[in-house]
Ligand binder design. Structure first.
Ligand code: HSE
Length: 438
């Protein structure tokens, strides 16, 4: 049988890795797929042929549309990233009857509903394993491996750059900006690194995970998103004194009232396995009713780890090229007509525990005023730590952990605490999840 022709859009970090993995492991891939798979044409404006042995043997165009319109190409692998022209290219590939493999989380999270509807119409596949958690096969695990279960909640360290920064700050006391530059040099960070540090990249990935976990449409605009740029080394240290680590988590949970969908720095107990996922590594913890908790760990970014997921998708597509479209695994795990319109909860309606830090005048009665406000708001305190003022200073740091409470109640209490004359500046609030798996 003739090999399947792939059109590769992008020869950067992930595109280059994909080209190399496909070539290097060609024999093994053919044994798995049942057919050869070859890149017959690529598109890139700028690339380094040095790191791409064999690239001279194929045609490389600087116009991606010529690849998408090439009748010889059966599968388009979109590794350009970003919203446009990626969206236009993918929709044109689908209209041309081609299958698509993409690592583009921004594209899937924001335009996935439109793209999957078009693919459904054309009877083609759009595969996106590499869009979430790099090389970890988490889409396949949730969509297929956990298909028997009702998923209760899932959480993940799903931005490698952010995790790398937090780990280096904690372990080596390095500066935020310095670690971010290294992550960029290593090819982990997004083209616009604010996507990493402000949580947007993680929100894209969480949108996709929530959709396949709960069978809901992709709703990126409803994700509460907070990044790591305000996390200080002091907070990392105090969290450690309480036995917690600060991780940047995507978290989604199905409750009786709706679905929580949120990305923010989170204190988690250091004894949890996921709390010990460091550097650029990612992990996703899924709590499901039949199997219980399962944890998926691996490289969340980087050239060949991400290529591993891209190539696995290409193999999957090749294996099911001749399958009846109705009998393929649905894009979002649930049959398109069975997606549910479960409400996404507003942030004020979610429930979580909290870490609070405030700067207080070092005089009698201040702590009592703060605890009275929390008590009046129905907020129960789990632990308190007070740090004496530094030499020559007059402000003490008060750090507290609370029990679980609705965010609305916590917002009101924070407003009242910040209004106290003895409390200086803004209070720092970091959410806390115990991740109990009982
Ligand atoms: N910038 C992303 C990260 C790349 O750091 O996780 C992988 O999606």
């Amino acid at each position: 049988m003739n090999p399947v022709n792939v059109g590769l859009l992008g020869l950067g970090t992930v595109g280059g890795g994909t080209f190399n993995v496909l070539n290097r492991n060609a024999a093994e891939i053919t044994r798995r797929a049942g057919r050869g798979i070859q890149v017959s044409q690529a598109a890139a404006r700028d690339y380094d042929p040095e790191g791409l042995p064999g690239i001279d043997a194929i045609s490389v165009s600087d116009d991606a549309f010529t690849v998408v319109d090439n009748p010889e190409v059966a599968i388009i692998v979109e590794l350009i990233g970003g919203y446009e022209p990626a969206r236009e290219l993918v929709l044109r590939a689908i209209a041309n009857g081609k299958h698509v493999v993409t690592a583009n989380k921004a594209l899937i999270a924001t335009h996935g509903n439109e793209i999957f509807a078009a693919a459904q119409e054309q009877g083609v596949m759009v595969a996106f394993e590499a869009a979430v958690a790099g090389g970890i096969p988490i889409i396949k695990a949730i969509r297929e491996g956990l298909a028997a279960n009702q998923i209760e909640w899932l959480t993940g360290i799903i931005n490698g750059t952010g995790n790398f920064i937090l780990t280096e700050m904690r372990d080596k006391g390095r500066d935020f900006a310095d670690v971010l530059s290294e992550a960029q040099a290593l090819g982990y960070a997004e083209a616009d690194p604010t996507f990493d540090v402000e949580g947007i990249d993680a929100a894209h990935k969480l949108t996709i995970l929530a959709s396949i976990a709960f069978g809901i449409p992709l709703q990126f605009d409803k994700v509460y998103t907070e990044g790591i740029s305000h996390i200080t080394r002091a907070d990392v240290g105090y969290a450690g004194e309480f036995g917690y680590r600060i991780k940047h988590l995507g978290y989604t949970r199905r409750t009786a009232k709706g679905i929580e969908l949120r990305v923010h720095p989170t204190l988690i107990p250091e004894r949890r396995l996921i709390a010990n996922v460091d550097g650029v590594m990612n992990a996703v913890l899924v709590k499901a009713d039949a199997v219980g908790p399962t944890l998926y760990y691996g490289a969340g970014a980087g050239s060949e780890p991400t290529a591993s997921a891209v190539v696995a998708d290409v193999i999957d597509v090749v294996r099911t090229l001749t399958a009846d479209p109705e009998n393929r695994v649905p894009h979002l795990a649930f049959q398109p007509h069975a997606l549910a319109d479960i409400p996404i909860l507003a942030m004020e309606d979610i429930e979580t525990a909290y870490y609070l830090r405030m700067q207080a005048e070092d005089k009698p009665g201040v702590l009592a005023e703060v605890t009275r406000i929390l008590g009046d708001g129905g907020i129960s305190i789990e632990a308190i730590l007070q740090k004496e003022p530094a030499a020559g200073a007059s402000e003490a740091s008060i750090i507290m952990l609370t029990h679980v409470v609705q965010e609305r109640q916590m917002n009101a209490a924070i407003r009242n605490i910040e209004a106290l004359a003895a409390i200086h500046g803004d209070l720092t609030r970091i959410r806390l999840e115990h991740l109990d798996c009982d």
